[in-house]
Design a binder for this molecule. Structure first.
Ligand SMILES: [Zn+2]
Length: 215
């Protein structure tokens, strides 16, 4: 077990599980074990307990923690979208093209279907090839959500964020639980709502362990 404040090893004689209390010899910090149990998970545990679909790469100045958003929901979304967007867009725009007639009203009525198609297709593609990847160094980091290099990147400095926890997602993904990871502090960055629960929880613990080393 390590001190949540200074990260030095806690001596066994300074740990009292029954009283749920421990004290650090080095900085004299006294803390509740139960409240800090996630903070004191060591690197070996993080590296050796990766759930399927997650990765952890670390060299001396950079750590990359990632998880795939691959999900069986793709087996439903892809055929559904082929029918839904093929049917709606084909009906609205395909008929105008084949008939060679422009219909303004029909064209405008189709806009929500275009927006819907883009939105649901991006979900479907994320469920096949997507990933959430957090890159961290001693200054701060970034969170990428997308496919290959196409996606959304959110940057932060360690001074911007003080904690990471699970929170309410802004957007509920199909098949998801409506939970996301939230980096909080001067900045608030929400991510990972499209991840499976065990992958999201792994990201939470792994980012937290790197965060503790950079505070
Ligand atoms: Zn300490």
């Amino acid at each position: 077990m390590k001190c949540p404040k200074c990260n030095s090893e806690i001596q066994t004689e300074n740990i009292n599980i029954q009283a749920d209390i421990a004290q650090c010899n080095k900085c004299k910090n006294i803390f509740k074990i139960s409240e800090n149990i996630e903070d004191v998970i060591d690197d070996n545990f993080i590296v050796n307990n990766k759930p399927n679909g997650t990765w952890y790469k670390s060299d001396f100045n950079k750590t990359i923690i990632g998880a795939s958003t691959r999900s069986p929901i793709a087996f439903f979304l892809v055929p559904f979208m082929l029918v839904w967007s093929g049917g709606s867009l084909g009906g609205i725009y395909g008929s105008q093209i084949t008939n060679g007639e422009f219909n303004l009203l029909l064209t405008l009525a189709g806009i929500p279907f275009i927006i819907g198609s883009i939105f649901f297709w991006s979900l479907a593609l994320m469920a096949i090839w997507g990933k959430v990847e957090v890159s961290l160094d001693n200054k701060g980091g970034k969170v990428f959500t997308g496919i290959s290099t196409i996606g959304i990147t959110k940057h932060f400095l360690w001074s911007d964020v003080s904690s990471i926890k699970e929170g309410q997602a802004n957007l509920r993904y199909p098949g998801g639980k409506g939970v996301s990871l939230v980096l909080e502090g001067a900045k608030r960055i929400s991510f990972g709502s499209s991840l499976k629960e065990e992958r999201r929880y792994y990201l939470l613990r792994a980012v937290k362990s790197v965060m503790n080393k950079n505070r």
